[in-house]
Write a protein that binds this ligand. Structure first.
Ligand code: GDP
Ligand code: MG
Length: 394
């Protein structure tokens, strides 16, 4: 599997437009697996599924027919307006996105907001699917197509394909494989020190496992650059957080890579771009229920110190896209409380200083800040975090 080119793709869009159904079609796997998600019929956490695209006599499939051409890891983003932060963390670990727009409803608040989140996180490869075409007339589909084209005009997705599909009926799905095949793979930077973004962490042991058989804590995420190998000594930052004298303190975790998994298989070495799970030597208690989500991993001694202070070059969007009334944005000012998504970390900070689009913030929760990183900026409006701008770490 290692030798196949790999692409990480996010599936985004408004709630109920068919993201999870589409992902099920694309991979044969169902990503709503948490009991709460099944009960409520919505995606709450990021969902993961993967597939291999094959090509057989010019036709694409995910059934292994013909020549295998690409390994795709999908991330299913929640479309609910309350879950913008989760969506933003997902956007940090993808190379490309599929924007799902239901033809019967058209562009909705989270269609706009997710689309801008992709811009904020600098995700340039976007495939647009016009879903639920089984529900609309030809005329309505054509009208909806025009509206979508108008919506992306002037953005990096201006020339993106817009593919009419029915996720539920399985219509035109192979056209999406074709579009995914055409996406140019991101350049792989194998020379740099490794940077692995943790998107989830877990304890894979079944309750009651005997101590001798216990597996170490597992980290899931993406290797942004560099190479990791089984046996590498690694460092995890900010790491463990706990309360001491009424204040949160953070402790870097040091451990060793015991094993790595990609899809269903074990790998000895991971190359940049790989979406993988890392089994570490950590007590599985430490990685339980996403406790290390948002952390960065590298080889020992590489990552900079964590910091509560961050400097950004920030840009405010003209409109608040996630709100139903599409209201005007209010300028950033000193004292504003903002939610930032830095890599897969979500943290809240206060503006301390602002001048010519550059702002200094004090963060409640520290981050490993790497200059050049793209940051999504959200503001709390009427009780919801709304994406209002984007920034670059200085
Ligand atoms: P998500 O919130 O974007 O993940 O949307 P879901 O995948 O959960 O789908 C929401 C609802 O739309 C479900 O009842 C699906 O069965 C239905 N749905 C999804 N795709 C289609 C489609 O192509 N046609 C029709 N008629 N219904 C669809
Ligand atoms: Mg869903």
């Amino acid at each position: 599997m290692k030798e196949l080119p790999e692409l990480n793709v996010g599936v985004v869009g408004h709630i109920d437009h068919g993201k999870t159904t589409l992902l099920n079609r694309l991979t044969g796997k169902f990503t709503d697996t948490h009991s709460e998600e099944l009960k409520r019929g919505i995606t709450i956490k990021l969902g993961y599924a993967n597939t291999i695209i094959s090509k057989n006599g010019g036709k694409f499939n995910n059934e292994g027919k013909g020549e295998k051409i690409k390994y795709i890891s999908f991330i299913d983003a929640p479309g609910h307006e309350m879950l913008m932060a989760t969506m933003l963390s997902g956007a940090a670990i993808i190379d490309a996105a599929i924007l799902v727009v239901a033809a019967n409803e058209g562009i909705q608040p989270q269609t706009r907001e997710h689309f801008m989140a992709l811009q904020a996180k600098n995700v340039k490869n976007i495939i647009i699917v016009q879903n639920k075409i089984d529900l609309v007339s030809k005329e309505k589909a054509a009208e909806n197509y025009k509206i979508i084209k108008e919506f992306v005009k002037g953005s990096s997705a201006e020339n993106s394909p817009v593919i009419p599909i029915s996720a539920q009926q399985g219509i035109n799905i192979e056209k999406i494989f074709e579009a995914l095949d055409e996406i140019e793979l991101p350049k792989k930077d194998e020379k740099s020190d490794p940077i692995f973004l943790v998107a989830r962490s877990f304890d894979i042991n079944k309750p009651g496992t005997k101590i001798d058989n216990l597996k170490g804590g597992v980290l899931g995420g993406i290797l942004k650059k560099g190479v990791l190998k089984v046996g590498d000594e690694i460092e995890i930052k900010p790491g463990l957080s706990f309360k001491k004298n009424n204040q949160y303190v953070y402790e870097t975790l040091k451990t060793k890579i015991l094993a790595m998994f990609k899809g269903d298989g074990k790998v000895e070495e991971a190359l940049p771009g790989a979406s993988l799970s890392i089994e570490t030597n950590l007590d599985p208690y430490l990685t339980k229920t996403d406790s290390l989500t948002g952390c960065l991993v590298s080889k020992a001694g590489i990552l900079p110190e964590i910091t509560h202070e961050i400097k950004l070059k920030a840009e405010l969007f003209e409109k608040v896209l996630g709100s139903k009334d599409n209201q005007e944005s209010k300028q950033f000012t000193v004292g504003d409380m903002l939610m930032l998504s830095v890599n897969t970390t979500i943290t809240v900070g206060t503006i301390k200083k602002i001048k010519d689009g550059e702002m200094d913030l004090h963060l409640n929760m520290p981050v490993v800040s790497l200059s050049g990183n793209n940051v999504g900026i959200a503001r709390n409006l009427d009780g919801h975090w709304r994406l209002v701008g984007s920034g670059i770490v200085l």
